[in-house]
Write a protein that binds this ligand. Sequence first.
Ligand code: F6P
Length: 547
Amino acid sequence: MSDTPRLTRRPEWTALEDHRARWHGRLRELFAADPGRAERYVVRVGDLRIDYSKHLITDETLALLQELATATGVFGLRDAMFRGERINVTERRAVLHTALRAPADAVVEVDGENVVPRVHAVLDQMSDFAERVRSGEWTGHTGRRIRNVVNIGIGGSDLGPAMAYEALRAYTARDLTFRFVSNVDGADLHEAVRDLDPAETLFIVASKTFTTIETITNATSARSWLLQGLGGEEKAVARHFVTLSTNAEKVSDFGIDTINMFEFWDWVGGRYSYDSAIGLSLMIAIGPDRFREMLDGFALVDEHFRSAPAEANAPLLLALLGIWYGNFFDAQSHAVLPYSHYLSKFTAYLQQLDMESNGKSVDRAGRPVQWQTGPVVWGTPGTNGQHAYYQLIHQGTKLIPADLIGFARPVAGLSEALEAQHDLLMANLFAQGQALAFGKTADEVRAEGVPEEQVTHRTFRGDHPTTTILATALTPSVLGQLIALYEHKVFAQGAIWDIDSFDQWGVELGKVLAKRLEPALTEGAHVPGLDPSTTALVATYRELKEV
Ligand code: F6P
């Protein structure tokens, strides 16, 4: 057993508990006493300006949180990650998504081998293929050019490319159609291909392990659809299927020539993989140059995380703020609210990044944790959320810290009239931050002549903390910067909580049980040891499907 004190017994932790117990700060008062916090509590990284002034913090809070970070060795673990050490302890793997965006002359070693040349060789292979598809040089089996690209994958092999495709839609080749199929519900593939011509369709089967049942099932069905549409000639598959995987053997077993495989490596976690070969669909959409701009955006924040001092380190600051609320204010969730239509899948992507990484209840040594770990991450783009669930954030009983993300300029290509709507969109973002922080007092409500019986209903307590992340525009580089910011935030929180942020054993049990149950649903097979509730549900299901 190690001698290191467990997290909640550290003096830095108990100092934060004392600070919390003494906490009575209200944001109105904090700003009145110290208007300078509006400028002081801003950190800049790359093109991102991150304002954290509307948080329930003072200089003392920040100092105490930073002491906790130092005591728990966040920066030591960070350096070990960048060095390629096997910090994913339960899978005994290095964690090197940062190598995916390292410049060509960088050296990052895994087991004594510099992996950067391999990363760039795959990037070149992807660029070549993407250009051939985009130019029409890569044709389908019948000689027609590819017009549709369908990515089949799930989790990290879907959410990243699907999110980034939406985010960067304004930069995409509009003469190509992109679809993303993930759900094993046959309706997903059906809807994705029903209006497509197989002769013009390229399937990208994305799976790190190439064993994921949803992806293999959908890829098998897609192959049947293709062969049916093209007269059953097996050799058509080679022109219409490419794979993205770490597992060449399984790709061959599936019947796809590995010549059409784009490789990545076991030191890239699924949820950290869309800047690897998993991003091929995105690269076809936006082109290799834009893809590389995005990688440069990631790399810029990697370098910031690696070298900025604690008090100006953006991912660390965001991590510490999350810990302040999650561990000392009992906040259970964290809302991410982008004020951009193009970021419609951003929060769904972050859900996997954050919740699959930090949804853990044992520490790195396998002992139960006695502290809260990762929050429930949720949210959708503003302003839609304002007319749905913001009521609860403003006046409900829960404390929900939120990130508000916005851009000074709309993306290029909107009409003048639509561009003019951007100010209204951003006015909503700023208004929400303002209302959440400062609320509206009962006296202010009364002063408006509101009848006394309605005063409490119309009062806003305020003191709901938000971070405002602003950038000039949503470019490929800015997207990379934003994703790297959250990746390293999640890393820093996991390091402080002393959990392995890079495994995901919690998804295994359901997978195994589903496989065992399937014959009971299809053939009524007996499943030994099945609990009475599930037995009854399966029986009812079988009855209903016969009706
Ligand atoms: O849900 C578990 C998981 O392993 C994720 O971590 C991963 O992103 C997803 O499944 C897909 O895995 P693969 O890319 O191996 O098909």
